[in-house]
Design a protein around this ligand. Sequence first.
Ligand SMILES: *[C@@H]1O[C@H](CO)[C@@H](O)[C@H](O)[C@H]1NC(C)=O
Ligand SMILES: *[C@@H]1O[C@H](CO)[C@@H](O)[C@H](O)[C@H]1NC(C)=O
Ligand SMILES: *[C@@H]1O[C@H](CO)[C@@H](O)[C@H](O)[C@H]1NC(C)=O
Ligand SMILES: *[C@@H]1O[C@H](CO)[C@@H](O)[C@H](O)[C@H]1NC(C)=O
Length: 417
Amino acid sequence: MVKQGRVNSLVILVLACFVAGRVAASSSYSVTDFGAKGDGVTDDTKAFLDTWNATCQSSVSSVLFIPAGKTFLLNPIVFHGPCKFYIRVQVDGDIIRPGKLWGGNFAHWLLFSHIDQLSIVGSGKIDGQGAAWWSCKTNHVSFSSSPLSCFCLRQSHVSAVSSSCFLHAFTSFGFFRSNAQPVPTAQVAGLRLISSPQMHLVVGFSSAVRITGLTITAPGDSLNTDGVHIEQSRDVVVSDSTIGTGDDCISIGTGSILVNVSRVTCGPGHGISIGSLGMANSLAQVSDIQVDHCNVFSTMNGGGYGYAKNIIFESINLTAVMNPIIIDQHYCANNVCAEQRSAVQVSDVRFIDVRGTSSSQVAINLNCSQNVACTGITFHNVEIQPAQRGGQASSYCFNAHGTVTGIAIPAVPCLMP
Ligand SMILES: *[C@@H]1O[C@H](CO)[C@@H](O)[C@H](O)[C@H]1NC(C)=O
Ligand SMILES: *[C@@H]1O[C@H](CO)[C@@H](O)[C@H](O)[C@H]1NC(C)=O
Ligand SMILES: *[C@@H]1O[C@H](CO)[C@@H](O)[C@H](O)[C@H]1NC(C)=O
Ligand SMILES: *[C@@H]1O[C@H](CO)[C@@H](O)[C@H](O)[C@H]1NC(C)=O
């Protein structure tokens, strides 16, 4: 959950939708055939775009191949669909971002947009080189007058913050308006996302997305580097992954429905958050948002509209995690916390077999809104011990309803029926 600047996050790394395995790819396009050098120094952005164009326009299902043993330097890219057939992006080589700060209206680094049949697989490392951004944020540097890194939200989209500029870093990897066919899931095997400027992987406005086998790593003191953020999406499964960053392991924002997080290890870093709201108390026209507009997600976060429901967290390991379980309907960014009249409605959230240690005293925090209660919050076999010897782990609820079965440590007596 991000404090300042969350707003601008969109995306990050890896993901996989799927139809893999079902369709034998009949055609392969390697980025090196389109001029990519992969020497870690040359800008390979154009070569990747050209390769994407060829792959996307292919008249058979195809593979975009990123070969092993090389490191490709990429500036922000939108891999835009729709494409004609199923595409597999085979990431065997590594990808890095230039380590500098960027200007421009980019909310993302590698964005997959409007693609219906896609899988992204491989064992490559995707390095967001976010250190320069973290340092800016940590030092509260304001860029409001500098075109280099100021990020301005456009009036037509967020009236309440029309002329504000926000320090903006980029999320690494994102999916936007992409929908996989509801067919057997492919795997993202072993993809490694590291050091994103902001969130590592964001799924927004998408459905039928399967994320698996990821390792996501960023330093514990890197701000806003959530592992996986899901918003305005339906039917998303995150499984068999290990996530340790400076912010939330998994965060779920408004408009999320049917999310299943299973067999994930979180920590060190923050825990699982739901309903963390963005900044302004405004809602933009959803239908009108385009990828290249400043900030897709912030416009959706406004002060709490929408819902997050039917969410399952199962078999989660926590290692010295701060705020391991948090539902926060009072979230405010940029220190603007107006009294909220509305809130994201959180319902039917199940925590099953969640075990590990908390580095914060409050291990289970269900801080729902006065006006919109959280309902159907259930815990089954949840055991969270203090990370420090002699420490304490407690629970807190405000206007939260649900049930507890099996083990519950700490106990959650504040949960109302
Ligand atoms: C990719 O194709 C689109 C549509 O044909 C074109 O507008 C764009 O310039 C192409 N991009 C590159 C990098 O060739
Ligand atoms: C959640 O996803 C996991 C991993 O794919 C799966 O094993 C489990 O059955 C799913 N749970 C539900 C309730 O769909
Ligand atoms: C969680 O921890 C248990 C016990 O340490 C281990 O057996 C299990 O494999 C871990 N699960 C994950 C998803 O890492
Ligand atoms: C719950 O939210 C209220 C309102 O923002 C805040 O003052 C309080 O500290 C929160 N409680 C916890 C335990 O997070």
